[in-house]
Design a protein around this ligand. Structure first.
Ligand code: F6R
Length: 607
């Protein structure tokens, strides 16, 4: 998730762009850059790290008088967060510069093709292929609109792009597919951005661009057109009433809620380029050349640990790999029996969690192979692991992790498929059902999340006086019960315990009374009859029950919460946001600080 801003008007452009980038910094901040045309020259200035480094660099350069240009703040997906990978990227001839938010899935093929034609690349990014293509087509046709359209017709994946060229000073072209892009319409000035806050101080008149649309703008005019045919399209600006802070949250009340609602997009991004549509096979090029593990140890903390625990069911059932899952703070001190042939999968959203890092270092010292599964490119986990797989969830701002777990579940699923394929043990029907379900999940969730939120709010109000909750689940729903209870306690400060349903009678059942409710995960699977009898034990002690379940189940509980059934263990992808939304609505109803709960930090870099 990166941030883009483009400007053409009457003000000094660099100042407007930097201010806009500051308001987009929440989208990512590992490097930044600007491009503008000044005295016939295409100037590109970039810097690694936070935006202030770019500002310092700009302050050293001669004064910038351009009144149009564009900028980018990067959240790395391909290539390390270093200056050569920062945007804008230029074509070889230095005629065009381009910024991009999204993922070009077929960039390797395009890069090989362009290299064969003598093009030299200067970065490891997927984006540079687009800049090179636009440059080549512009040289052929002399027309920037055609060049952008032609280049876009070659790429697969998602993009929001903005292009400037020294041959067209004052003009910006932009286009989108599955990545956000909005235009701000001012008086004698026009804007482009990934998100409205970037230009909100200058205009509240906004044109929302749709997939397949391209726009040409300068200071005094703008025209939206079809990306393929270049035929003009009618668009009407809309007035936005939000303030900057509300706009950064995309109109949502909290970042946590926004991030929960981003999960359909996150799944699609995680899958991009990782399923071969012709063969239906998972493809994790990050692991090419790595042997399939003989034994797998998954090491992580908190929510990432819960994702790993869920993964154990898939690794053992589908890939037939003996798997152990441990919290990193225990693993690091217990002298585990590890050696060559063993693989440690270290899962960490931030890539900086001290205990997880210590577990990785121990594993490497003992000769095991370490694979990092993390969200932050260039983080310590990614640098120290033998192999790294990025989760592509985009920056997670809310302290309580939501979309990161969804991305971890997606990648763990792909990993289990990958290893199951490699070993030749993955049943064909499992692969086919799994891939079909994964690809359908973004639509299922997008259609369901608002309804889920409504039900979560109803239930949160009904149970807002509870001081304790028991979360129960069996099989792959057990880790979800742990995660549901963690979410509730960390943001609403209500005590909650996650338990394996069958284990309840060995102790926790003593707690049950009419004031101690149970939140049960009861999907329609082979364990359903067992879960049902566990719930009857709760009811016999006067305990109230919310049951997260599928249609046509015969549970007679206080509150049934039906969510759509998908397939097998992937039902977790639908149950997870329900648990997150219940915790969110409870915390919000109780007036808690949802995005920054007390005593917690986003990255736990100490023991
Ligand atoms: C809970 C939460 C934490 C983290 C844990 C590990 O909502 O966010 O439990 O999951 O601190 O963090 P990472 O994944 O960054 O290693």
């Amino acid at each position: 998730m990166c941030g883009i801003i483009g400007y053409s008007g009457h003000r000094p452009a660099v100042g407007v762009i930097i201010e806009g980038l500051k308001r987009l910094e929440y989208r990512g901040y590992d490097s930044a850059g600007v491009a503008f045309v000044q005295r016939g020259e295409l100037c590109v200035i970039r810097a690694e790290g936070k935006l202030v480094n770019l500002e310092n660099k700009l302050a050293q350069a001669p004064s910038h008088t351009a009144t149009s240009g564009m900028g980018h703040t990067r959240w790395a997906t391909h290539g390390l967060p270093v200056e050569r990978n920062a945007h804008p990227h230029r074509d070889q001839a230095g005629t065009v510069a381009l910024v991009h938010n999204g993922i070009i899935e077929n960039y390797q093929e395009l890069r090989t093709e362009l290299e064969a034609k003598g093009v030299t690349f200067t970065s490891e990014t997927d984006t540079e292929v687009l800049a090179q293509l636009v440059g080549l087509y512009l040289a052929e046709t002399g027309k920037l609109d055609q060049a952008v359209s032609q280049a876009l017709s070659r790429v697969e994946g998602s993009y929001a792009i903005c292009v400037v060229s020294r041959s067209h000073p004052g003009v910006l072209y932009a286009a989108r597919k599955s990545s956000p892009l909005v235009m701000g319409v001012g008086v004698g000035e026009n804007f482009l951005a990934s998100d409205i806050p970037a230009f909100l101080p200058y205009t509240r008149e906004v044109v929302f661009l749709e997939d397949g649309e391209m726009v040409r703008l300068d200071a005094n005019s703008w025209q939206v057109m079809d990306q393929d045919t270049l035929q003009p399209l009618e668009k009407t600006p809309q007035h936005i009433a939000w303030d900057v802070q509300a706009a950064q949250k995309g109109g949502y009340k909290h970042f946590m809620l926004k991030e929960i609602f981003e999960q359909p997009r996150v799944i699609a991004d995680c899958l991009a380029g990782r399923v071969d549509h012709k063969t239906g096979r998972a493809q994790l090029t990050e692991l090419s050349g790595s042997p399939t593990p003989e034994r797998l140890f998954i090491v992580a903390c908190g929510t990432s640990y819960h994702a790993g625990l869920w993964g154990m069911y898939l690794m053992e059932n589908w890939a037939r790999i003996p798997t152990r899952v441990e919290v990193a703070s225990e693993f690091r001190y217990r002298e585990p029996l590890l050696g060559p042939g063993d693989t440690v999968l270290a899962i960490s959203q931030s890539g900086e969690t001290a205990d997880t890092l210590a577990g990785m270092r121990l594993a490497r010292k003992m000769g095991a192979t370490v694979i990092g599964l993390c969200n932050v490119v260039g983080s310590t986990v990614s640098r120290e692991a033998d192999k790294v797989i990025y989760t592509q969830a985009g920056p997670e701002i809310s302290v309580a992790s939501t979309k990161a777990m969804c991305s971890q579940l997606t990648l763990i699923t792909l990993l289990a498929l990958h290893w199951g394929q490699e070993k030749g043990v993955l049943p064909a029907d499992v692969r086919a059902n799994c891939v079909r379900t994964l690809e359908g999940l973004p639509d299922v969730l997008a259609a369901e999340l608002s309804r889920m939120r409504h039900r979560a709010a109803e239930l949160a109000r009904a149970y807002s006086e509870a001081r304790s909750f028991l979360y129960l689940g069996r099989g792959p729903c057990y880790p979800l019960a742990l995660e549901g209870s963690l979410k509730l306690k960390e943001i609403s400060y209500i005590h909650a315990e996650g338990y394996a349903s069958g284990e309840m009678k060995h102790g926790p059942i003593a707690l049950i009374d009419p004031k101690f409710p149970t939140f049960a995960l009861a999907p329609c699977d082979e364990l359903y009859p067992k879960v049902k009898s566990n719930l009857q034990e709760v009811q016999a002690r006067g305990g109230k029950i919310i049951s997260l379940t599928h249609a046509a189940q015969d549970l007679a509980v206080d509150h049934c919460w039906e969510v759509p059934a998908v397939w097998g263990p992937l039902n977790a992808f639908v149950m997870l946001p329900a648990l997150q939304l219940f915790a969110y609505e409870m915390a919000d109803y109780l007036g808690k600080d949802v995005d920054q709960p007390r005593n917690l930090a986003k990255s736990v870099t100490v023991e």
